[in-house]
Each structure stands twice: as structure tokens, then as C-alpha cells.
Design a protein around this ligand. Structure first.
Ligand code: SF4
Length: 314
């Protein structure tokens, strides 16, 4: 059971702006989560296949970058979370021994030039601990360090005073899914993240939340006004119990194809699908996919070149 967890700030925002609206559906448990589709799986992105070290804290999937899971804690629980299996049974935060082990792996794999701090949400750690992690991975050879967080949305006050840590990062990727999440408090939090070299956003395309042209355009415009570039729009992974958040792939592609006519190119996010079982991310565009039957697609896996059958789980 993936427990419901909502911060007082976000609960207040929901109550104030839209008690039964899109923000509520992202964090409130729904009975529809009991419906598990046969295509769904506990580890939808196949992290397990690429985990390195005793406790699997480092995920080395793509040659040039690796993901370091520094915590299993988040400010709040997104009901569509693709790591819900991990967050439901959280391990303690990254230990010194695990960090040492991860750094030894990085030092032995010079091809890894970027380390991505993820989890859980890395901002669940104290600033001093994050500074220690960033320093250690840089010493082990990482030329670029990126951090992903949804704290500016769920608990913007956490970002106060974060500037000195942000200054050590090459990129911070925030996770905003709806324009109503861009509040004065969010904007203040973003100012604290600004010392990072790049500020990007990734969203998840969610039925009933942001699955219309109007919403996606509104979100990109609001992000642009906040000085944040929309980067990825993820089609929801095959995590169990989240089929009520998915729309048909064809509809997702149609939606995104309409955006360049309404937005400057730099505000158009790329629609991304993570091919299950760790076979890699693809940009869902005109090329590289073939539809075989209703809800069944053939994709070319980016890393191996193999043809993969993908079945929609609606
Ligand atoms: S912030 Fe990310 S890791 Fe945490 S619950 Fe939401 S989707 Fe999952």
C-alpha cells in the first residue's frame, strides 16, 4: 500500500483553489488504484536491471550518466509515482558506506560524465548532506551534477537558503504538472534554485490533470514566465494501479503535435516514453514507432536497437 502523504502547504493550496480538482487527484488516494492491469509491473522502468552496488543506490543505465538514489523520502506522495514500490518500503537515506561504494564505481567508469541525484526527493536531505554528496561524486569524476525535485511544488519553504547548494549544481529539474502549482511561494522557491546553471521542468502527462491542449499550453507559458524551460513530458510509466492517469498513446502524440503551433519552440516539451524493463527512453515523435493493432506499438529500443512490443494499459 502506497500511503497517502500530503504537505500542509499543498493541502492548503488544494482547499483554497480547487478542492476536487487536478491538484487533489495527484495526491489523494483513489480506489481506482486497486485496478492493476496485466501490463503493469512493480519496477516499470527496469531500474533493477541496472542497479549497481550492494544496495542498488547507483543506477547505470545509459553509458554517459548514472542516477544516484540518495533517499526514499519525498515531501508528498504522487499517486502516479513510478517508484512507488520503493517508496512504500523506504530504506534509510544514503549512508557514507553506500556513497563510498558509488564513488568507487564512478571512478572506475570514466565514461560517466553526469550524475543525477534522485530518489525519492533529494531535497529530503539536509543541505550539508547534499553538499557532501555533490563534492564526493565530483571528486569521483562527475563533470556534471543534476538534481530532480518536486519540493518547490509541495513544500516551497524547504528551498529557502538553498542557493549555496544550487550553485554547486549544473542543472535542477523541477516537477510541475499543472499551472495552478505555480504560486507566489513556488516562484520564491525558484529564486533560491536560480544559482544552478540550468533550470528545467519535467511533467507527467496525466488524465484529468493536464491532458488538454489548453492545460499544456498554459503550463508551458507559466513555466516560461518563471524562467524554467519545459524539458520532458513523460507518458506515465507502467507502474501498478495508475491506469486511470493514462490516455491513449495516439491522443498523447496528437496533443503534443499541436503545441508547436501555439508555443515558441523552446517552450515545447518532448513527449517521452520509457520502454519497460529498462530498455530506454524514446521521444514519441513521428519516426521510430509503428502501430500494429489497437493499443499495440512496435518501438526501436535506443540502446540495443531491438524491436520492442509495447501494449497500452488503459
Ligand atoms: S516526487 Fe517523484 S519520487 Fe516522490 S512520490 Fe512524486 S513522483 Fe515519486
Amino acid at each position: 500500500m502506497f500511503a497517502e502523504k500530503i504537505t500542509p502547504y499543498y493541502r492548503n493550496l488544494i482547499d483554497r483553489i480547487c478542492p476536487d480538482g487536478p491538484l487533489a487527484s495527484m495526491v489523494r488516494h483513489s480506489d481506482r488504484e486497486r485496478q492493476i492491469r496485466p501490463e503493469e509491473r512493480a519496477d516499470p522502468t527496469g531500474d533493477g536491471r541496472w542497479q549497481r552496488g550492494a544496495n542498488g543506490r547507483l543506477i547505470h543505465h545509459y553509458p554517459g550518466r548514472a542516477l544516484l538514489l540518495v533517499t526514499d523520502r519525498c515531501a508528498a506522495h504522487c499517486r502516479f509515482c513510478f517508484r512507488r514500490h520503493r517508496l512504500s518500503r523506504p530504506s534509510p537515506d544514503l549512508t557514507t558506506e553506500e556513497l563510498t561504494e558509488a564513488c568507487a564505481y564512478l571512478a572506475a567508469h570514466g565514461e560517466i560524465h553526469e550524475v543525477i541525484l534522485s530518489g525519492g526527493d533529494p531535497l529530503s536531505l539536509a543541505d550539508e548532506d547534499l553538499t557532501a554528496v555533490i563534492g564526493a561524486v565530483r571528486k569521483a569524476g562527475a563533470r556534471s551534477v543534476r538534481l530532480h525535485t518536486r519540493y518547490p511544488v509541495y513544500d516551497p519553504a524547504r528551498c529557502e537558503g538553498f542557493g549555496p547548494v544550487a550553485a554547486q549544481l549544473d542543472a535542477i529539474v523541477v516537477h510541475v504538472n499543472h499551472r495552478l502549482e505555480i504560486t507566489p511561494e513556488f516562484l520564491r522557491a525558484v529564486r533560491a534554485l536560480r544559482p544552478a546553471r540550468f533550470l528545467l521542468n519535467q511533467s507527467v502527462l496525466l488524465k484529468g490533470v493536464n491532458d488538454t491542449e489548453e492545460e499544456l499550453v498554459g503550463l508551458s507559458v507559466a513555466l516560461g514566465e518563471a524562467g524554467i524551460l519545459p524539458y520532458y513530458l513523460h507518458y506515465p510509466d507502467l507502474a501498478p494501479g495508475i491506469s486511470h492517469f493514462r490516455i491513449p498513446l495516439e491522443s498523447a502524440m496528437r496533443l503534443v503535435q499541436a503545441l508547436p503551433g501555439r508555443l515558441p519552440g523552446y517552450l515545447v516539451p518532448r513527449l517521452i516514453l520509457d520502454i519497460p524493463d529498462g530498455k530506454g527512453k524514446i521521444v514519441l515523435a513521428g519516426q521510430g514507432r509503428r502501430r500494429r493493432a489497437a493499443g499495440v506499438y512496435l518501438f526501436t529500443a535506443p540502446l540495443t536497437g531491438e524491436t520492442v512490443t509495447y501494449r497500452e494499459a488503459l
